[in-house]
Design a protein around this ligand. Structure first.
Ligand SMILES: Nc1nc2c(ncn2[C@@H]2O[C@H](COP(=O)(O)OP(=O)(O)OP(=O)(O)O)[C@@H](O)[C@H]2O)c(=O)[nH]1
Ligand SMILES: [Mg+2]
Length: 521
């Protein structure tokens, strides 16, 4: 239907049309101004129409897209799972990957500083708990430690095996703390007081860190000798990061870490320090973002993170991060995928719910961390929390038709924990005197999870590797032995190719069509 122009002949029956007519005595300038105004209004209106059409198209595309939600408690490995996928995708986009690598470098440096900080805390606790005050009788017996014998009653002394050498290293390494503070502030301004590395989803934190890393790379030349850290501890007043000549060090984690490198390595490899950790029952190796074994490499001037470093880096997610991929080849070319990575700590779990009625699949990560407790509530066992959370997900009515995929992950940590002689029965009394090996422990906990979803066929258990196992129509039990296995499955899930193994990806879609099922990996 043709539209009537504002200045066309008025419809005598329409009062609005009559009112919009130009005045009879309109001058040529007024007319030109009116036409310009009208054309501008038309342009804006068209722009709005185009935007509406575009967002309608995007909405339709999004409705057709495959949406996956990653769930699990904090530190369960959600972001890591996604990282492995992104990593894979970035192989085909090296420039983008270089930028990512720069961002991860700073995160890994922060992770290392956090490990050092934790180590220093343990040593401080040990030192404080060993402090004693001399009594006349102890002085008489010549009781004393760390090579010194207090000679006066009432003097406080330490019975700790840590000596002056350790204390000096400890003091020097405390220079890393302002660097950590400054980096954390840049990463997340409201992070003051948090003891972990965290980022707000969607805040563009990778860009911030990549820019930071690029700026500091010009400052990465070794510091003049002696390094400011050492001179500061030798009684000088110039501490790194103070106005006294070294303000730039705070902003240059690479240089400060390099100056601390030998101290970090020496402290971590020190036999006495290792004995203290054992006595205090602290396994820093189990800490997420553990890089002390790599300190000599990570704390060097020319450090470049490897892919493995990036996978192992720890950064806590706050909020919901959306990742969007379009499958370019393989079984479902052109398909759009959205993967949502959420924060897993208790205080942010309510943000999961709005995603429940919009996703086709949930990948639930559950590490078998039977001996650990939640950071946010040290009274709650991690594994118990995971099982309760899994039960809630399985029983949620909004997820009745959603494919549920359960990863029992961090198998390598389970293996190391059991190999270190840590007994399951000590933390889970119901485990009783069953053998304390990976096979029995995994089976025991797998059954705990299995109670809440379809029982898999008996023949599916115990396959050598899920990659070789033929795919059954019914859900099956598969075991990813390490991160690589898990990454592989998810990658196939996302970038399904024509290979045999890609059937796993298709299976997920098939399962989706057949209603509730679960695949335990
Ligand atoms: N050894 C080992 N470490 C793992 C594995 N999966 C994840 N990690 C590490 O565990 C830490 C925590 O993983 P994230 O992926 O950040 O955990 P998340 O679930 O995203 O945690 P939030 O964001 O706090 O909810 C990281 O340092 C990972 O490198 C695994 O299978 N084995
Ligand atoms: Mg995360």
């Amino acid at each position: 239907m043709a539209t009537r122009n504002f200045w066309s002949a008025p419809d005598p029956d329409d009062p609005l049309s009559r009112a919009l007519q130009p005045p009879i005595d309109e001058t040529p300038e007024e007319r030109a101004a009116r036409i310009r105004q009208f054309e501008e209004a038309q342009r804006v209106s068209k722009e709005i129409d185009d935007e509406i059409a575009l967002s309608r198209k995007a909405y339709e595309r999004r409705k057709r897209a495959i949406k996956i939600l990653l769930l699990g408690q904090a530190e369960s490995g959600k972001s890591t799972t996604l990282k492995t996928c992104t990593d894979f995708q970035l192989q085909f986009s090296p420039q983008h990957f270089a930028k990512e690598r720069a961002a991860w470098k700073t995160i890994i440096q922060l992770n290392l500083i956090r490990c050092v900080k934790r180590l220093l805390e343990v040593l401080q606790e040990e030192y404080e708990s060993s402090l004693q005050t001399t009594t006349p009788s102890s002085v008489a017996k010549g009781k004393g430690v760390a090579g010194r014998t207090p000679t006066t009653p009432g003097v406080r002394f330490s019975t700790s095996p840590l000596n002056d050498h350790h204390r000096r290293i400890r003091m020097r390494l405390s220079a890393l703390l302002p660097v950590e503070e400054e980096l954390m502030r840049k990463l997340l301004p409201e992070s003051a007081g948090r003891n972990d590395v965290c980022v707000r989803a969607g805040s563009g934190w990778k860009g911030v860190l990549a820019a930071l890393s690029a700026n500091t790379s010009t400052l990465d030349a070794p510091l003049p000798q002696p390094p400011p850290l050492v001179s500061a501890m030798k009684g000088g007043s110039s501490r790194p990061g103070t106005a006294n000549g070294h303000a730039r060090d705070r902003d240059n984690p690479t240089a400060v870490l390099a100056a601390c490198r030998d101290d970090i390595v020496a402290l971590w490899e020190d036999k006495v320090v290792q004995a203290v950790l054992k006595k205090q029952n602290v396994r820093l190796q189990d800490m997420p973002g553990f890089f002390l074994n790599d300190a000599a490499r990570v704390a060097s001037i020319g450090y470049e993170p490897t892919d493995d470093d990036i996978v192992r880096a720890r950064v806590r997610t706050l909020g919901v991060e959306e990742h969007h991929f379009t499958m370019e080849s393989g079984a479902l070319p052109g398909t759009e995928w959205y993967i949502y990575d959420v924060g897993g700590s208790r205080s942010v779990r309510q943000h999961w719910i709005p995603y429940f009625d919009d996703v086709q699949a949930i990948i639930f990560l559950a590490p078998l961390a039977f001996n650990l407790t939640l950071d946010e509530d040290p009274k709650v066992n991690r594994l118990e929390d995971s099982i309760i959370l899994w039960r809630e997900v399985c029983q949620n009515a909004l997820l009745a038709k959603t494919t549920l995929i359960l990863f029992l992950n961090k198998m390598d940590i389970l293996q190391a924990t059991l190999a270190a002689g840590i007994r399951v029965a000590k933390y889970v009394p119901s485990y009783g005197d069953q053998p304390n090996d990976v096979q029995h422990v995994t089976k025991y906990f797998r059954d705990k999870f299995r109670g809440y979803h379809l029982r898999p066929p008996a023949h599916a258990t115990g396959s050598a590797s899920f990659l070789e196992a033929p795919l059954a129509k019914t859900p099956r039990i598969l075991l990813a032995r390490n991160l690589r296995d898990r990454a592989y499955l998810v990658l196939r899930l996302i970038f399904a190719s024509h290979s045999q193994r890609a059937r796993l990806a298709l299976a997920c879609l098939r399962i989706r069509q057949h209603g509730r099922s679960a695949l335990t990996v």
